[in-house]
Ligand binder design. Structure first.
Ligand code: SF4
Length: 389
């Protein structure tokens, strides 16, 4: 059983017959539920819930817009990687101190969109429109990909579809060990990835997430089954003994996962819209996440001073190379200068970062038969279809 407790399930009448709705009700037979006829009026009521109350409510409805979108980082002044996100659920039963959703979502209830068939048609369309390009697509942007997946079983549907499409890698990103339900699934073109932080930070700031070693045991199991593995050092958090803690963390990762199965590793230091700080301190007054000196970045988000970021990234990258040889490491939302100083690469655009990925993935995993990387393809922007607007 998943470890989260819910007090009530609300079902939009439009979603009452859906497969995911049935699964949710079967999984939680003791949680009372109600059918809602006036979804729009009702969502205003949900908006009045506190963040903590919202995490105990499930709201099942349909998403009317486009599920598949460019990662929000794409629109910033920092380098992004042309990643695409599927927002199949908003909000999350885990409760990380630093979670930016706390300042971002209008409706604190955990909202599961049950009309997943629309995601499938969007995947087909974008695959077709960009047939000569490798697309990296992930759930887990506005939630944790696997926290509720044993309930909804959505990933199995998406995996089955992606495996019919020649150019999509699907990433499921998590802070849980919820992979048992994926035991029968083919691992081809699927990256299971874990956000990692030293155990001390997991314990103090990743409330209700799975402890680190259990995550890594799940990662090892997944690697043994043939899934590609990703790690996200994000957010990297400054604490006084950060160097020792992150060094130990990387050594621990090395004991669990062979480097040849690592698809990618991201680095991103703590960053957040300034208004988040007050919300976080009111909910988690003891947190130490704001201890390093911070400035407002080019995107208006608070982040550590550049020299500190540089020092942390350099130390972490050096340790990653010591433990894993030549892993593919990239930054999430960092400047071109940081890319140059730490990774010795100079991406001028997001398309350049995408191109690095394409070269790396085809060279490292030829068995995936991904489209052969051609530079001119990656100089163009990803094409989105009419149904996705
Ligand atoms: S796992 Fe991700 S989405 Fe969930 S609370 Fe933590 S940061 Fe937020």
């Amino acid at each position: 059983m998943i470890p989260y407790k819910f007090t009530r399930i609300y079902i939009d009448s439009i979603a009452r017959e859906d497969e995911i709705t049935r699964r949710v009700l079967e999984y939680f037979p003791d949680v009372p539920y109600s059918i809602v006829e006036e979804a729009e009026t009702f969502s205003h009521q949900l908006a009045r819930l506190s963040l903590t109350e919202g995490k105990r409510i499930l709201w099942l409805t349909h998403f009317k817009g486009r599920f598949l979108k460019p990662c929000p980082g794409t629109a910033t002044t920092y380098r992004c990687c042309n990643y695409l996100v599927i927002n199949e659920t908003t909000n999350c039963p885990i409760d990380c101190t630093y979670c930016i959703l706390q300042g971002y979502i209008n409706n604190p209830a955990i909202t599961i969109y049950t009309n997943y068939q629309k995601i499938i048609s969007e995947l087909r369309e974008i695959s077709h429109l960009n047939s000569r390009r490798i697309l990296r697509i992930g759930t887990g942007e506005l939630t944790d990909s696997l926290a509720l997946d044993p309930v909804t079983r959505l990933s199995e549907r998406l995996i089955a579809e992606v495996q019919k499409l020649p150019n999509i890698l699907l990433e499921l990103k998590s802070k849980t060990d919820h992979i048992n339900h994926l035991q029968e699934v083919s691992p081809e073109k699927i990256v299971l990835s874990w956000s990692v932080n030293p155990e001390e930070i997991v314990a103090s700031d990743e409330h209700k997430a799975t402890p680190l070693v259990r995550r890594l045991k799940a990662a090892r199991k997944a690697a043994e089954r043939g899934f590609l593995i990703g790690f996200h050092f994000d957010p990297i958090i400054f604490v006084l003994d950060w160097e020792e803690l992150y060094s130990h963390l990387i050594e621990t990762l090395g004991q669990f996962i062979p480097s040849e199965q690592i698809a990618w590793i991201s680095l991103g230091s703590l960053r957040y819209p300034p208004q988040l700080k007050e919300i976080v301190l009111s909910r988690f007054p003891k947190t130490r996440i704001f201890s390093g000196e911070q400035i407002s970045g080019l995107d208006g988000k608070s982040r550590y001073l550049r020299p500190l970021r540089l020092k942390m990234y350099k130390a972490i990258y050096q340790k990653l190379r010591e433990v894993f040889g030549q892993p593919f490491v990239y930054f999430c939302m960092e400047s071109e200068e940081m890319w140059k100083k730490v990774l010795d690469k100079t991406p001028k655009t997001n398309n350049d970062v995408d191109w690095y990925f394409a070269q790396h993935l085809s060279a490292r995993f030829p068995q995936l038969n991904l489209p052969k990387p051609m530079k001119e393809i990656y100089q163009q922007n990803i094409r989105f279809g009419a149904s996705e607007k």
